[in-house]
Design a protein. Structure first.
Length: 156
């Protein structure tokens, strides 16, 4: 999704592919940045963003707060997990904990609506944990595999 963000009087063209991923990958005027948003409760964020009349008020962004590192309480939203892109049944798992994975490598096959879908890793790195097994049903965005360390991301 593309946004125009105003910081200290200057407008930047920002593109964010997945706002729920951690870290958030943002492209600002063509340059890639990884950002860890500060955690806050939704009520807190709502109070800060909306004035008493219910109108949105312009907000300046404190870069120190935005770049603060906090772990995600939801494993599906953490930046080190590969999540299911669709609901279905796991047919086959091709990786084990400790294995090295390259970006673009098929790691899982999910059957959905009688079609087998090869799920490729978007990261290169070492698998720390496989959270699913063959025959298991998975929901959309359910974590499938956790990585111990991440290499470069691939935008396949």
């Amino acid at each position: 999704m593309k946004y125009n963000v105003k910081v200290e009087g200057r407008v930047y063209a920002v593109e964010i592919e997945n706002i729920n991923a951690r870290p958030v990958i943002a492209f600002v005027d063509g340059e890639r940045f990884e950002v860890m948003p500060e955690q806050s409760t939704s009520a807190e964020a709502t109070r800060e963003a909306i004035d008493l009349k219910g109108e949105m008020e312009p907000k300046t962004i404190d870069q120190k707060k935005v770049l603060a590192v906090y772990p995600s309480p939801n494993p599906a939203l953490s930046g080190n997990a590969l999540t299911a892109p669709l609901p279905g049944t796991i047919v086959e798992v091709f990786v084990k904990p400790g294995e090295k994975v390259e970006a673009g490598q098929v790691v899982v096959v999910i059957e959905a609506m009688k079609m087998k879908n090869s799920i490729r890793s978007v990261y290169s790195g070492t698998v720390s944990e496989v959270l699913i097994s063959a025959g298991q049903s998975v929901a959309h965005k359910q974590p499938l595999i956790k990585f111990a360390d991440l290499g470069e991301a691939a935008w396949i």
